[in-house]
Design a protein around this ligand. Structure first.
Ligand code: ATP
Ligand code: MG
Length: 571
């Protein structure tokens, strides 16, 4: 491709609204442009990269027997009502105003409705179906360019099996395909568990790319045997010790004390584990709201995902005005004893299972209670793991320490089971003629997010550093011709030679651009090998090769350039 024909609107300066490296560099290198908040268009350079990611995905999906589909992006409301997701998706779903249609955020419903009349016998199974297509999600906070967008390209795949063993195999095949895909994309990634063994449920794993721009936190053990999304991560920590002093509870005045830190200062206590933190949650139920008070050690935070896994997605923190009504106090003075509303479910973190001599709010503003013994004073209390684990804690097997890192989720594999088949009545006849629901798995990869994650891991202050299969071109040939016919002719000759040898080459044949601008553009767009033809070197019959990643430069004979480039590409 010649730069005189290629639309490559590079920018010298970072866009003002961009914070992350990939966002800045994708805009500056002319890969993408914003249309409106969270909505981007791919420009030619971006599209080349996205297509390369897609092709890797396509090859690996086909290698495990995947069938490629292309479903519609629009679908009727009633299909989503059948599975309950017309409601569950809430504001995240784009809804069409003048028709009973939605823009699909994912495609379980449509794929299952195609499976229903077609996969009717065990003889039709197993099947792996996938597509690479636009998804629409009305993300509340789109951020970091294409990392979290409102329209994005997803590869979504679905497996249909007759047995749980079959699902196991489909899931493992997909896991293997994903590892191939992300390795071929040149990503440094980790696979983390996205569901907690402690909570039962189905297998689910996320493919995570460690990067400071990531929105997820992952917990990884130093010995590499444990890796989990922090949302469900568990650890080993000694429980708060029982003192058995059997003191009576006692209310005391704590004027203007609103937080655990203020309470610790007020009481001149360093260890906050006995300053029990209380949070109130509302669980929306058809029969009416239920209320939940959770208690944790003062230096811990509640893990809302764990709560969601126990109590369903309808759970949310109580609003300030609800707190008074439920507890009789404001946020800083809440506790498990003397709540205003009766029949409130109380659960405490398992760290507090044996604890006594706890201090917590008295459900009366500016008062706290001391000497609380949960076993003695809070009948019906239950203990569960509800805390966010912390860096440095031991793994559950006590063999290793946990580190916490920011990461970008690029892919997700998930055993769905029969949820959608049940909701939509998609059944098959087994070998004994019995009707059973199809057993499904669901598997997603974000295409643009994968490219952006690569850039987060592979850039420097000059620009992107592409490598391997997803580099938009392998070589950029930079002709510094000035007025020299000879430079121009030699460059043309070398370009033809590179093309004949099937080396993807971008030819900077611009005559009206200063060398400095050409060099900066080449570094910015990050093509792995730069070949520079200039007058001075050419006089000696030489060209210059620069490796983008290392900055290493070498002078080679013009006739040798092709061979040297091939050598570099092989290494
Ligand atoms: P997240 O937690 O980041 O919102 P998710 O759990 O909603 O992701 P899935 O529904 O599993 O994601 O989607 C599969 C893949 O699609 C993700 O692994 C990610 O690569 C990509 N993806 C999801 N949401 C977005 C988005 N808003 N913008 C870009 N890519 C996305
Ligand atoms: Mg999401």
């Amino acid at each position: 491709m010649r730069l005189t024909h290629f639309f490559l609107p590079t920018l010298k300066d970072d866009p003002v609204d961009a914070v992350t490296a990939s966002h800045k560099l994708m805009i500056r290198s002319g890969m993408i442009r914003q249309v409106t908040s969270g909505v981007y268009s791919a420009l030619p350079l971006g599209l080349i990269v996205f297509r390369k990611v897609e092709n890797i995905i396509r090859q690996e999906m086909n290698a495990i027997g995947g069938n490629e589909f292309l479903l519609s992006a629009l679908s009727p409301n009633e299909l989503w009502a059948e599975t309950g997701r017309l409601e569950d998706y809430g504001d995240l779903m784009f809804r069409i105003k003048n028709r009973e249609l939605v823009l699909c955020p994912t495609h379980e419903e449509i794929f299952t409705s195609i499976a229903k009349p077609n996969l009717i016998s065990y003889k039709n199974l197993p099947q792996v179906w996938y597509q690479i297509q636009s998804k629409f999600r009305n993300e509340e906070r789109p951020r970091a360019g294409v990392l979290r967008a409102r329209q994005f390209t997803m590869k979504d795949a679905y497996s249909f099996d007759a047995t749980l063993e079959g699902l196991d195999k489909s899931y493992k095949d997909m896991d293997r395909a994903y590892r191939n895909i992300f390795s071929r994309c040149g990503l440094d990634y980790t696979v983390v568990s996205a569901h907690s063994g402690a909570m039962g449920g189905s297998d689910s794993e996320e493919f995570m790319v460690p990067a400071s721009a990531g929105e997820d936190n992952i917990a990884i053990s130093e010995d590499g045997n444990y890796a989990s999304n922090l949302e469900v991560a568990v650890s080993f920590k000694e429980k708060v010790r029982r003192l058995n002093t059997a003191k009576d509870t006692e209310e005391f005045h704590t004027p203007n004390i609103k937080t655990i830190d203020e309470l610790a200062d007020f009481l001149k206590i360093k260890d906050k584990s006995r300053l029990a933190k209380s949070r109130v949650f509302v669980i929306a139920k058809k029969e009416g709201n239920e209320y939940l008070l959770v208690l944790l050690c003062g230096d811990d935070e509640v893990n809302e995902m764990k709560l969601q896994n126990y109590f369903g997605i309808g759970i949310r923190p109580a609003h300030n005005d609800e707190l008074q009504e439920i507890t009789g106090a404001d946020a800083g003075s809440i506790g498990p004893i003397g709540l205003k509303k009766k029949n409130i479910k109380i659960i405490a973190d398992q760290m507090l299972e044996d604890a006594d001599e706890l201090i917590s709010g008295a459900n009366r503003n500016d008062y706290h209670l001391k000497n609380i013994d949960l076993k003695r004073d809070v009948p019906g209390i239950e203990y569960k793991d509800i805390r966010i684990i912390k860096e440095g804690e031991l793994t559950s097997d006590k063999r290793s320490k946990i580190k916490i890192t920011k990461a970008i989720e690029v892919g997700h594999i998930f055993k769905l089971g029969t949820k959608y088949a049940n909701a939509l009545g998609a059944t098959f006849l087994d070998s004994e003629g019995k009707e059973n629901p199809l057993i499904m798995g669901s598997y997603g990869i974000g295409v643009e997010r994968t490219a952006a994650a690569f850039i987060e891991q592979n850039h420097d202050d000059k620009g992107i550093i592409w490598k391997g299969e997803i580099a938009p071109f392998q070589v950029i040939l930079i002709s510094i011709s000035g007025k020299s016919e000879e430079v121009r002719n030699t460059s043309e000759g070398l370009y033809n030679c590179l093309i004949e040898n099937k080396i993807e080459t971008l030819f900077d044949d611009r005559d009206d651009v200063r060398p400095g601008v050409k060099f900066n553009d080449a570094d910015l767009i990050g093509i792995p090998i730069q070949v520079i033809i200039g007058e001075k070197n050419l006089k000696e019959g030489n060209a210059e090769i620069k490796i983008r990643k290392t900055g290493e430069r070498l002078i080679v004979k013009i006739d040798d350039t092709m061979n040297k480039v091939s050598e570099f590409l092989k290494s």
